[in-house]
Write a protein that binds this ligand. Structure first.
Ligand SMILES: [Zn+2]
Length: 440
C-alpha cells in the first residue's frame, strides 16, 4: 500500500478497476454534451461537482441524472458549470462525455524518476504523506499545477513534485496540446522593462541599430528567444530585440474581467499574508502577523462560503507559500477578486496606527480598493484610505486585487484590537460587506 503500481497484483486490480470505469462510461455515459455545446446533461445517477478543476478539490454538490448544467469554461479537462442557486463548480469532462479530450487527460502516464518519492495528500510538502513510490513506477497523471502533479493513487488521488516525474514523449505531446487548447486566448507572454534607457535593437546583440529607447516599466509583447535576447513588439507595433537581463518575462492572463453580479457567482482568492518560516511582522510581546492573517481569513472565508461564493485560500495552515505562487493562483482560476490580508509595522513601536487598502493597477483594482476601504471605515482603528502599492501579489496579479494592512501590530492600541476576537470578527464582517457591495 505504500508504493505505486509496483506489484503485479496491484496493477491487475488497478487495470480491472479502469476497465470497469471505462465500461461504465461507455454503457451509460455519465452525461452528454448537448447540441448547443453550452450545456451538458447528467445521465449517470450521480456526478460530483467540485470547487476546482481537479479531484483534490472538495465536493461542492452532487447532481442527479437529468440535470442540465450551463458550461462556463473549460480547464485541464474539467468543465466549469453553473448550478442551481448560481453556485459555480467543476465536473470532470471524462465523466460527462467520451470524446478525445476525456481520454487524453485521463490517460497520461508518467514514471517516477527517483526512489522513495513521497506522495502527498495535497500539492504541499507539509500535507500528509500517503505513501511513497519507487523508481520507474508508472503513474496516471490527472492534473499539473505550480510544480505539482496530481496522480491516481490507490483508489483515490495524491500529489508528487512534478520534478520527480518523467512524462513519456507520447503523452507529453498530448499534455502540451491539451494545455494549448485550454489556454488559447487566455495567456500571452509579456516582457516588462526593468530600467530606463532600455534599448530595442534591430538584431539580437549590443551592436544592433537602436529601433527605440524604452523607459522603465514598459510592457512589450514577447515574440521569441534568440540566445540571451528576446524578440519583442512595442504597443505601437515596433519590433526588435531586447537583452533578457533588462526585462522580466511573464505569462499574462488575458481572460476578460467580467464582474459577476452577485457574491454567489464569484470566485474569490483570500491570501493570508506570510506563513510557515515567514512570520511577518512581530508585536511588542512577540506575537506573529502570520497567525492573525490566517485567523481573519478563516472568518471571512466562512461568511463568503455561506453566501455561496467559490472561495480559494492561498494557504489554510501555517505553511510557507512563495510570494510568486499567490497571484498565480488567482490568475490560473480567473478569480473575480484577490484579497490579501496583512498587519503593518514600523521600525519603532507605537509609531503609527490605522488601516490602509493598497491597489497596483488603477483600471483593474481601484474600484475594489475603494469599495473595500469604505467598508473598513466602520472599524475602530483610523482608516487611512486607499493607496498605490507596488507589492508582488498585486503586481503579478491579472485579476482585480487588493492588499489590506489592517492595523499596526507593534502599536499597543492597534495590537489590542488585532489580537481580540471582537476586532477580527468586525474585520471579517467589513470585508464580507465590501465584497458583497463590490459584486452588485
Ligand atoms: Zn505582512
Amino acid at each position: 500500500m505504500m508504493t505505486v503500481n509496483v506489484n503485479r497484483h496491484f496493477f491487475k486490480k488497478y487495470f480491472n478497476m479502469l476497465l470497469i470505469a471505462v465500461a461504465l462510461i461507455f454503457a451509460s455515459s455519465a452525461a452528454v454534451v448537448l447540441a448547443d455545446q453550452n450545456k451538458i446533461e447528467v445521465k449517470a445517477s450521480i456526478v460530483n461537482v467540485r470547487t476546482g478543476p481537479g479531484l483534490a478539490y472538495d465536493v461542492l454538490d452532487k447532481v442527479k441524472s437529468g440535470t442540465q448544467l450551463d458550461i462556463m469554461g473549460e480547464k485541464n479537462g474539467w468543465y466549469q458549470v453553473r448550478l442551481n442557486m448560481d453556485k459555480i463548480g467543476w465536473v470532470a469532462s471524462w465523466l460527462v462525455d467520451n470524446t478525445e479530450i476525456g481520454l487524453n487527460t485521463s490517460h497520461q502516464v508518467a514514471k517516477l524518476n527517483t526512489s522513495n518519492v513521497p506522495i502527498y495528500q495535497q500539492a504541499d510538502a507539509n500535507s500528509t504523506v500517503l505513501g511513497t513510490g519507487s523508481v520507474n513506477a508508472s503513474v496516471t497523471v490527472l492534473y499539473t499545477t505550480n510544480g505539482w502533479t496530481q496522480i491516481k493513487y490507490n483508489q483515490s488521488v495524491g500529489w508528487v513534485r512534478s520534478t520527480q516525474l518523467n512524462v513519456s514523449s507520447a503523452s507529453t505531446t498530448q499534455a502540451q496540446s491539451a494545455a494549448s487548447t485550454s489556454d488559447s486566448g487566455q495567456t500571452v507572454t509579456m516582457l516588462t522593462t526593468n530600467q530606463d534607457d532600455t534599448k530595442l535593437r534591430s538584431t539580437p546583440n549590443a551592436n544592433g541599430t537602436i529601433v527605440t529607447v524604452l523607459s522603465n516599466d514598459t510592457p512589450l509583447t514577447y515574440i521569441k528567444t534568440s540566445g540571451q535576447w528576446y524578440q519583442a513588439k512595442t504597443s505601437t507595433g515596433q519590433t526588435g530585440y531586447v537583452a533578457n537581463w533588462v526585462v522580466t518575462k511573464r505569462d499574462v492572463n488575458t481572460a476578460p474581467i467580467v464582474k459577476p453580479t452577485s457574491l454567489s457567482k464569484a470566485t474569490i482568492v483570500l491570501d493570508p499574508g506570510h506563513g510557515g518560516s515567514d512570520s511577518g511582522a512581530v508585536s511588542a510581546s512577540g506575537k506573529f502577523e502570520k497567525t492573525y492573517t490566517l485567523k481573519v481569513v478563516e472568518m471571512v472565508a466562512a461568511k463568503l462560503r455561506e453566501a455561496g461564493a467559490n472561495v480559494v485560500l492561498t494557504r489554510s495552515t501555517d505553511t510557507t507559500v512563495d510570494l510568486a505562487k499567490r497571484p498565480k493562483i488567482a490568475n490560473s482560476i480567473n478569480a473575480d477578486a484577490f484579497v490579501s490580508f496583512h498587519f503593518d509595522s514600523t521600525q519603532t513601536n507605537n509609531d503609527a496606527s490605522g488601516i490602509t487598502t493598497y491597489y497596483y493597477n488603477t483600471k483593474k483594482d481601484s474600484a475594489l480598493a475603494k469599495t473595500m476601504s469604505q467598508n473598513l471605515s466602520r472599524l475602530p482603528l483610523p482608516n487611512k484610505g486607499t493607496m498605490y502599492g507596488n507589492f508582488q501579489v498585486l503586481r503579478d496579479n491579472d485579476r482585480p486585487a487588493i492588499l489590506m494592512e489592517l492595523g499596526y501590530i507593534n502599536t499597543a492600541k492597534d495590537f489590542k484590537a488585532i489580537s481580540s476576537e471582537q476586532y477580527q470578527e468586525a474585520v471579517a464582517e467589513a470585508v464580507y460587506k465590501g465584497l458583497n457591495q463590490y459584486f452588485q
